[in-house]
Each structure stands twice: as C-alpha cells, then as structure tokens.
Design a protein. Structure first.
Length: 400
C-alpha cells in the first residue's frame, strides 16, 4: 500500500495538468500570493462578457451542473430530471435522466471507470458514462451542492453548498465516498473551481471572487452578469481558450444564457498607459513563458534570474512586442540569448493592455510566423492611415 498512494497522486497531478484551468504551472495575474510581487501601477480589472446568448429556454434549474467532457469532446449539462449534450455549447440535445444531484468529473486515471461523480440526497454516486449512476456502499455525501471537484493541491474532494447572504459551507474528504468534514465560510462563494495558481468563485450576486486557499476570499468590485440568478461553474473552451460562464435568469421557466469572456478573462492587471509588472521567483525550468492578455497597445517580457540580474538577450528591449490579443502565446526575443534559468523572475511591460495569466504549458501554440505577419500587417495599415491623413491635411492646406 505504501507505494500505491504516491503513484495515485502522481496520476492525479498528471491528469490535472492536462485539463483546462488545472494547469498549476500557469499563474493568474491577480495572484499576489504566488505569482505577482509588484503590479507596478497596474490595477485589477474585472472581466466583462464579450458576448451573451440564450442557449436553452423554459428550463427549471434544479441542482444544475456542467462540464466540458474531454473524452466525448462535448459540453454536458445535468439538472434534476434531464441531461443535455452539445458539441458547441450552444445547440443542445436533451434527454430525460433520473439524476437528482450535482454531477462533476473526476480527472484521475485511477477513477477512469467511474470518472463521473454525483452527490444526491446525502448519497455518493459514480458512473462511467454520466448517464447510469450507482450508489457507493456506505457512501455519505453532502446534499444541495452547488459545486464540487477534486483538489489536487489538497489531495481531497471538495464541495460547496450555498446558504445565502454570502455564506456557504465547504465540505472536504480524502475519498469521494466520504464522510465529509464541513466548515462554515462567510463572505464566500458557493460556485468554486481551481484556477491555475488560485481558486476562482462566483458569488450568489454573480460577482467574481478569488482566493489562495479556497477559505479566505476577495470579492472583486463590479458585477459580471446582468439578470443572473443561478450561475454555473466557469469553464474553459479547449478550442479557443475563452472563458465561459453559463447562468440561469430565474427560478422557474428560466433561460440558460452563455456568457463568453476573453481567454482567462475573469480578471487581470490593466494599465492604460505603461506599467511594469514584476513576478515572484518562479520555477521557469529553462523554458520560455506563455502569456494570455488583451492588448490594444503592446506587451513585452524580460527575464531575470532569482537574484534579480537580467538574463543577457532577454531584456524588454530584446523582447518581440505582442501587439494583438494573446492566448497562451510564447514570448519571443530577438537574436541570440542566454538560456533561461531554472528559477527566474519575469517582468511584463504592459502598455494599454490587460495581463490575465502567464506561465508554462506542455506545448505552446506554435503560431509565431502567422502572428508576426498579422502584427506587421496591422502596423502597415496604421502607417498607411497616417500617410493618408497627412496627404489630406497637406491638400487642404494647399487649397486654402
């Protein structure tokens, strides 16, 4: 038994690294505990939906839950009495299903034959396909759950129940069958997910919050969703990287609305002019970082060693500027440069841009040539517009 537990934990961590927001080598820009040492004058900007559309009508949200199923390449929604599936998360096909509880996906390989879990009326259930569930022997689970997941950091299963008035109950157990210990949380959300280096939550008032330990929460100023009554857990579109939030707008005969945000765009560090954001010492392991940001101006990145000395060839001046919105874009530098050290400090020069996340992924998107072409085309168009305005101005001056 002594050798089995470490192997199981390794499998959990490996599975987590492949799924959505569970990559612990990426960091949220708002994370001042593990990721950012100095914001350099940049301020926290809460994300806003870029697009919203109703995807289901006349639906009663009873114990709703949703995942993006990596195995089936589909979005899946469970609510008491029905199951729905969609290829794009917009057009749904519904089927009747006798599931009366919250469903979530267990990413570990050791649970692949029962990777769908459900908490229903105090019972713990599991399923291989998310359609036919069986009860765990002597299973004891919380009821009326709003969100649940396996927490690879704490090596435990976690669930949240909403009590109202910004109060929730957090349940935790080392095994999914329970029993679960409970803890009352004030000023805390009931919709919670692991999100890179932190936890992200949505309060009952449909506002974003974040936490470093999932116990003490910081609610971000500003609402995110209008006419929102029952939000579901945030999800990441694996095709585009966009952040999705689905929410019901009432208790009965309500509509399910899809709100689309910029990739990793629940909140970020925004600078309307120029700011230099400095990270904490991070485990770079000799790899170039990736960046996700909304960029109107530009964004450049420098690398320093853990003592603070600049790595030759990787200064802000050597960095190829990013001029367009970036989603897991690998940072590039001009010419030859010294290797990136195992432990490093990153500095981000942000000009009229919002930095959402940064870090490392198993395989960065290799789109450098295409991106350089698009950025050069954008610069050429801007120069052409400037020359045209100058020509018109000179013509008018001559005529006058």
């Amino acid at each position: 038994m002594g050798a089995a537990l470490p192997l199981a934990l390794v499998l959990h961590a490996a599975a987590a690294a492949r799924s959505g927001f569970l990559n612990r080598e990426k960091y949220a820009a708002v994370d001042t505990e593990r990721a950012v040492a100095d914001a350099g004058g940049a301020t926290v900007k809460v994300g806003a939906p870029q697009h919203a559309q109703v995807v289901l009508h006349h639906t009663e949200p009873r114990a709703p839950s949703m995942i993006h199923d990596r195995k089936r390449h589909a979005w899946r929604l469970w609510s008491e009495g029905f199951h729905a599936e969609s290829v794009d998360g917009v057009a749904w096909k519904q089927t009747r299903l006798d599931v009366k509880g919250h469903v979530f996906e267990d990413p570990s390989r050791r649970e692949r034959k029962r990777r769908y879990k459900a908490f229903a009326n105090g019972e713990a259930l599991s399923s291989s396909d998310g359609l036919r569930f069986t009860r765990a022997k002597d299973g004891r689970a919380p009821s009326s759950i709003r969100s649940a997941f396996y927490d690879s950091r704490r090596r435990s299963y976690v669930a949240y129940k909403e009590l109202g008035n910004a109060t929730s109950v957090r349940y935790e157990s080392e095994v999914w069958q329970g029993p679960y210990a409970s803890k009352l949380l004030h000023d805390a959300p009931a919709i919670v997910i692991p999100y890179y280096s932190i936890y992200v939550g949505i309060t009952d008032a449909c506002r974003f919050a974040w936490s470093g330990d999932a116990l003490e929460w910081t609610v971000l100023a500003g609402g995110i969703i209008e006419e929102c009554h029952t939000p579901l857990n945030p999800l990441r579109d694996p095709a585009t990287g966009e952040l999705r939030v689905y929410a019901f707008d009432g208790k009965t005969n309500s509509s399910l609305t899809l709100y689309r945000f910029h990739a990793d765009g629940f909140a970020g560090l925004r600078s309307p002019s120029t700011s230099v954001i400095t990270s904490r010492v991070l485990p770079c392991k000799g790899r170039a970082p990736v960046v996700t940001a909304a960029i109107t101006g530009s964004l450049r990145v420098a690398v320093h060693d853990e003592r603070g000395d600049l790595v030759t060839g990787r200064s802000l001046e050597d960095s190829l500027p990013m001029l367009l919105d970036a989603v897991d874009e690998e940072v590039q530098w001009k010419g030859a440069a010294e290797p990136i050290p195992d432990r490093c400090v990153l500095k981000f020069e942000v000009k009229d841009a919002t930095l959402f996340s940064f870090g490392w992924i198993s395989r960065a998107r290799d789109r450098r040539q295409k991106r350089v072409y698009r950025e050069r085309r954008r610069v050429a168009k801007a120069e052409a517009r400037g020359l045209f305005r100058l020509f018109v101005s000179l013509s008018l001056t001559t005529l006058s």
